[in-house]
Write a protein that binds this ligand. Structure first.
Ligand SMILES: c1cc(-c2cnc[nH]2)ccn1
Length: 246
């Protein structure tokens, strides 16, 4: 996977490239990263890359030409297909399913806007999809881009070192994750659920699945809409729903 970020703040991406699982994987060569700063493509002496919005209104808009040139340069560095993603509150919500699809791409170019946004004409001609990480506005696309990158990188082979971790993540099976515990066995007078100390791996797995179903049903019931259930999941759901009905 070759990630490129079109960004006015390339140094922000150190959060991913110099730290944690993603930084280690980068050093191991499991993925590649580079940035392109639109300011180097400004077609004026002072490096302007934004201007006032036609029609008036607050703030500035990023101009189309420097962004188009930056995206073109990023694409020229890709071997094979590349996909351009613009991070914006107007985009389609990022879900695990979308992350898994993006993880299949060899080259992803992430366009990070600043100011009040970017000229619509570059979105219409050079962006393949718009993605939102939530219904809120932040100062720019860089943090949303890093969240998308982190979620994608966790799904790449060998990045986590233990593939079970990604499978256990919330949403990996369409359910919220179960509760987790570690030492001490009693903390602040609160014990660890006995089943987790039993050494019975089948019972532990069933307890964890039941907890995931309970948590999903109570916190995000819409995630269960249209989802297929295994016989074990259906049995556990039936038991939970009966219990809640009484
Ligand atoms: C993706 C991008 C953004 C965003 C980009 N620039 C300001 N906010 C917000 C949510 N999801």
């Amino acid at each position: 996977m070759f990630f490129q970020a079109v960004t006015l703040f390339p140094e922000m991406f150190a959060a991913l490239t110099e730290h944690g699982v993603s930084g280690r994987a980068l050093r191991q060569g499991l993925w590649r990263f580079d940035t392109v700063n639109p300011r180097q493509f400004a077609d004026n002496r002072l490096g302007y890359i934004d201007d006032r919005p036609f029609g008036g209104g607050p703030g500035m808009i990023m101009m189309a030409a420097p962004l188009q040139a930056a995206i073109g340069f990023a694409r020229s560095r890709c071997q094979g297909d590349s996909r351009v993603v613009y991070l914006s509150p107007q985009g389609a919500p990022l879900t695990h399913r979308r992350v898994a699809a993006l993880a299949q791409q060899p080259n992803l170019i992430l366009l990070c806007g600043r100011y009040e946004g970017v000229d619509e004409r570059v979105l219409q001609t050079h962006v393949d999809e718009e993605i939102s990480i939530g219904d809120f506005v932040v100062s720019g696309g860089e943090l949303p881009a890093m969240m998308l990158m982190d979620a994608v990188l966790r799904l790449l082979p060998d990045v986590l070192g233990d593939s079970r971790s990604a499978e256990q993540d919330s949403f990996a099976d369409g359910l919220l994750d179960c509760p987790h515990y570690t030492r001490p066995a009693e903390f602040d007078g609160m014990p660890v659920p006995e089943v987790l100390m039993s050494g019975n791996h089948a019972k532990i797995a069933e307890w964890r699945l039941e907890q995931s179903l309970r948590r999903t049903l109570s916190r995000r019931p819409e995630l269960l809409d249209g989802r297929m259930f295994s016989p074990q999941e259906a049995r556990l759901l039936e038991r939970i729903r009966k219990e809640q009905a009484n």
